[in-house]
Design a protein around this ligand. Structure first.
Ligand code: DC
Length: 224
């Protein structure tokens, strides 16, 4: 069974996904991390972010692997072609590179196929931008999670402080979020948009626990 959680960056998808998965006994799949891996590899290889052919080749040939730990729904690490990139994919450089890379149709096709393989093998909470529209259009529950730009920037700053990677300057993070949303929403291939049957949740004035409870209630209802 798949619970799809789509929405812009900083809406709280990651924190919510892991707690929903924990409560339901599901695993988490962070599809954004996969696009980040391709951007990281492109930088290592000196591949330009508009070189669609080379980016597609990376997506088809390099293996993205998540490391799981018993009892933890969220992978504890991610590797790209055997190299641990858990922290390396969270830098500001990757934040900036990932939007153009994720707009390449060949990259999306390769990663969507991998995401479907992973998700179809179990019960997953899958977070991303096109999960309810493209990757799992038959997901049992589809949520489109949003929040105001300011709320999202505030949360991203806190997350970066906790992780010890990425910018912790509010204005800088806010500008990055707005720029990235625009790119993600205006691209031709699978733009960020809610599925027709997605349930919209605006988390600006909600606690994370309220969002988690609402999604779990939707999941319980779907499970009968
Ligand atoms: O969720 P995130 O910020 O880690 O995502 C990184 C980038 O990847 C984001 O700019 C949009 C893109 N992305 C995508 O295009 N499709 C997805 N399913 C997930 C992420």
């Amino acid at each position: 069974m798949i619970i799809a959680i789509d929405g812009p960056s900083g809406a709280g998808k990651s924190s919510v996904s892991v707690e929903v998965a924990r409560k339901l006994g599901f695993s988490c799949l962070d599809t954004g991390a996969m696009y980040r891996c391709i951007a990281w590899q492109a930088i290592q290889d000196g591949v330009a972010f508009d070189d669609a052919e080379a980016l597609e080749k990376i997506s088809l040939e390099k293996e993205i692997a998540f490391t799981h730990e018993e009892g933890n729904p969220k992978p504890v690490g991610v590797s790209m072609g055997g190299v641990d990139v858990t922290s390396a994919i969270r830098t500001r450089e990757i934040d900036r590179a990932v939007s153009p890379v994720s707009a390449v149709p060949g990259v999306r096709a390769a990663l969507v196929a991998q995401q479907q393989r992973i998700g179809n093998a179990g019960n997953y909470v899958v977070e991303g931008r096109d999960i309810g529209t493209v990757v799992f259009p038959d997901a049992a529950v589809k949520v489109f999670l949003t929040a105001s730009n300011e709320a999202r920037a505030r949360r991203r700053v806190l997350q970066n402080e906790e992780r010890g990677v990425g910018s912790t300057d509010f204005e800088e993070v806010l500008a990055d979020i707005i720029r990235r949303d625009e790119l993600d929403s205006s691209r031709a291939a699978s733009p960020l948009k809610p599925a027709d049957d997605a349930i919209h949740i605006d988390s600006s004035d909600m606690t994370m626990q309220e969002v988690i409870d609402e999604i779990c209630a939707l999941a319980q209802k779907a499970m009968g």
